[in-house]
Write a protein that binds this ligand. Structure first.
Ligand code: GLY
Ligand code: MN
Ligand code: MN
Length: 278
């Protein structure tokens, strides 16, 4: 019962979670800028360089630690779901997927951004990114009190599946693709989890046989992804592109508040952020 009550955050908890989210957003911006800066300067840029930027920004603002081992996944590594920041080089023309959030006074934040290492998305990368972003938006648009947990996931999945069909990655109607689950070749995880004292916070997703309904004060993530590993049905120019976009959301009376809104999310906003640093 106590665990269940903790799903509804009080004002003090929310103040801490807002601040944690803000610090993490700043850390992602710092990593974006450093990526562009080092690449422009022709320096040897590795996953751990960006991991170091994230850590620096967390600690500089008083966050005690990362809420989980940061993922900095260069190029094809983005298609490996639980990859950690290692030593792979970040190359011009490739994407890097960064999943990192700080823990502040016991509370977690959890953000994923996927950026072009050099600061400009290629046409193929942009196609995958925009579909993932549309899935993210569809999930966000639904987030309000009374909506059932699975509806958020289903909304994101529907957009992703349609995108896979439109790009020629999957054959058949949307209903057939959803029914067969063939979209799981490219989207194999859930869209959301509770967020709080733990990054994957405790709390039921169902009440009996029914999916739980969203309530005021609940905090959770929205994190659709699109991962394209080489396969017979994959065109060469989509190979090894992996994208995830993750934000933290609070259910409010009006609908929702994005706690991580300060972190650039659109293609234009990310490109602008990476172009503006010196
Ligand atoms: N960083 C863990 C997750 O996104 O669920
Ligand atoms: Mn998450
Ligand atoms: Mn995450």
């Amino acid at each position: 019962l106590l665990d269940e009550m903790r799903l509804m955050k009080d004002a003090h908890e929310l103040a801490t979670m807002r601040r944690a989210a803000e610090i993490s957003a700043g850390a992602h911006v710092r990593a974006m800028q450093q990526s562009a800066r080092m690449l422009r300067a022709g320096q040897d840029l590795r996953e751990y360089h960006l991991d170091a930027e994230l850590l620096h920004e967390f600690r500089r603002h008083g966050a005690q630690s990362p809420a989980y081992g940061s993922i900095v996944a260069a190029g094809a590594n983005a298609c490996v779901l639980h990859y950690r920041a290692d030593a792979a080089p970040l190359r011009d023309g490739e994407l890097v997927l960064i999943d990192a959030g700080c823990e502040l006074d016991g509370y977690a934040s959890d953000i994923t951004r996927t950026l072009p290492v050099s600061g400009r998305f290629s046409a193929a990368q942009k196609e995958i990114y925009e579909i993932t972003l549309a899935a993210h938006q569809a999930a966000f648009d639904l987030a309000r009190p009374g909506v059932a947990w699975n509806e958020v996931h289903d909304a994101a999945t529907r957009v992703l599946a349609q995108g896979m069909i439109d790009l020629g990655l999957l054959q058949g109607s949307l209903d057939a693709v959803l029914e067969s689950g063939s979209y799981r070749q490219f989207y194999m995880h859930r869209t959301s989890h509770w967020l709080g004292l733990d990054v994957h916070d405790v709390g039921e997703y169902k009440v009996g046989d029914e999916w739980r309904k969203l309530e005021l004060g609940m905090v959770f993530t929205i994190e659709p992804g699109f991962y394209i590993r080489p396969a017979a049905n994959v065109l060469k120019h989509f190979e090894n592109i992996g994208v995830r976009i993750e934000d933290d959301v609070l259910i409010t009376e009006e609908g929702h508040e994005c706690l991580t809104a300060l972190c650039p999310r659109t293609v234009a906003a990310i490109e602008a952020e990476m172009a503006s640093c010196d």
